[in-house]
Ligand binder design. Structure first.
Ligand code: AMP
Ligand code: MG
Length: 421
């Protein structure tokens, strides 16, 4: 029986039976990876953004001393009145950095400032606004609880508590937390070394004149920027022409020097697309047509001990495939954690044309609608060579493979760039 023409051509949608779904490609890439070993000790400030190699166990209590949470009067909770007023004798003062030395007896109190250690014999602080001072006496009414307004030693962090776990990417708050424990150095994991180069006979560097059909090598700069943000060590190997021996040499040199090698261009099925075959002969290769747009072809594999990503050449496809596949892999090498993409829902302000079959990563701009809901608009032309669409965007609009057209007011998932790029 002849195959019905609609099935044979299958061109009513973007479905390609050989194409791997985005999620599966990501899973397959991560499945073969091991976090990098090796670490170094660095001074606390240098630890910012680095990945902790060892757990940090608290060598002390925070706060170190039981202290006052308020400006007011420290007293013994048992002296608080159950009715009427009590008048306590003011016997001294305690300031942060200037503790009251000596013990406070029953019926007495000490003027105390926030952060000052709680004097011996007292366990409660009454705010100054709730006390009445007259001569040498302080009058206090009802409504207070014994123990109030006191920060206990060790209540934030106990001695021996695990405060930071291995794999943690150190934040400004972590630096402060470590400083509060008097920790001057941290053990951080070695950063992955990532070598990359652009491929293409048509590529020219900044400042060179452009001949007919030539383009400036922009991938070199987007890749540099994206890698620098991830916090890896970047080795820029420039441009390599579409010449198999040169490409082979560059690949081997990069693999000898780096943990991860990235190229852009030369992975489609054109005449000058050599990367796939070279990887197959120099190492091991997985080639996928990924059911996504932009960025369909992706070469992934190993050369020697290095991981290899052959990204497409189109400037937007480079960025989309980097963020969807390379960045999660690099983060896993660094932290040992698989991070799920952070997605939020928004209302589309644009009508988006889409055929089912591929996951699309359109470039969007987020805004709040009049009712406070998150809305998203397109950045304009969405071609995979239109780098301006990435530059204008603050999110990817993620349209799942099975999705068709989106109408104005339709719900879509977006992946904000905040935290991603
Ligand atoms: P390719 O996959 O090598 O066929 O490249 C696809 C498209 O991306 C072509 O139009 C190339 O000129 C363009 N392209 C490839 N590499 C770069 C690059 N490094 N910078 C800017 N455009 C590029
Ligand atoms: Mg090319």
């Amino acid at each position: 029986m002849p195959t019905p023409i609609a099935t044979a051509l299958n061109c009513a949608d973007d479905f390609d039976p050989e194409a791997v779904p985005v999620e599966e490609a990501r899973r397959r890439i991560l499945a073969g990876l091991e976090p990098l070993s090796g670490f170094q000790r660095v001074a606390l400030r240098e630890g910012l953004g680095r990945v902790l190699a060892e757990a940090v166990v608290s060598p002390s209590e925070v706060p170190a001393h039981t202290n006052s949470a308020m400006d007011g009067y420290a007293l013994c909770g048992a002296d608080l009145p159950t009715e009427g007023l009590v008048e306590l004798v003011l016997v001294g003062e305690a300031l942060a950095g200037h503790p009251f030395s000596g013990a406070v007896g029953r019926g007495a109190c000490v003027r105390i400032m926030t952060g000052a250690p709680i004097p011996l014999g007292t366990d409660t602080v009454v705010m100054q606004e709730q006390a009445e001072v007259s001569g040498g006496g302080v009058r206090i009414g009802t409504g207070h609880q014994p123990g109030q307004n006191v920060r206990r030693a060790g209540e934030d962090i106990a001695l021996g508590a695990e405060v930071l776990v291995p794999g943690r990417v150190l934040t400004p708050a972590d630096l402060g937390l470590l400083a509060s424990l008097s920790i001057a150095e941290v053990a951080v994991r070695r950063r992955p070394r990532v070598a990359f180069f652009s491929t293409g006979d048509e590529l020219r560097s900044i400042g060179q004149p452009l001949g007919e059909g030539e383009v400036y090598d922009s991938n070199r700069y987007t890749l540099f920027g994206m890698l620098a943000r991830v916090g890896v060590e970047v080795l820029d190997l420039g441009v390599v022409s579409d010449d198999p021996p040169r490409l082979a040499e560059a690949l081997c040199r990069a693999a000898a020097d780096a943990d991860v090698v990235i190229t852009s261009g030369g992975v489609s099925v054109g005449e000058a697309d050599y990367i796939k075959d070279l990887l197959a002969s120099l190492g091991t290769m997985s080639f996928w047509k990924i059911a996504m747009k932009p960025g369909r072809p992706l070469v992934f594999g190993r050369i020697g001990g290095s991981l290899f990503f052959g990204l497409p050449g189109n400037p937007v496809a480079v960025m989309v495939t980097f963020y969807q596949f390379v960045q999660p892999a690099l983060r896993f090498l660094m932290t040992g954690a698989v991070e799920a993409p952070f997605l939020v829902e928004a209302i589309s302000r644009a009508r988006m044309r889409k055929r089912p079959g591929r996951t699309e990563f359109q470039r969007g701009i987020l805004a709040r609608g009049p009712d406070g809901r998150l809305e998203v608009d397109l950045t304009g032309k969405q071609g995979s060579g239109v780098l301006r669409s990435m530059s204008l965007a603050d999110c990817f609009i993620l349209l799942p493979a099975e999705q068709g057209d989106v109408d104005i007011g339709g719900r879509v998932l977006v992946q904000p760039f905040l935290g991603l790029v």
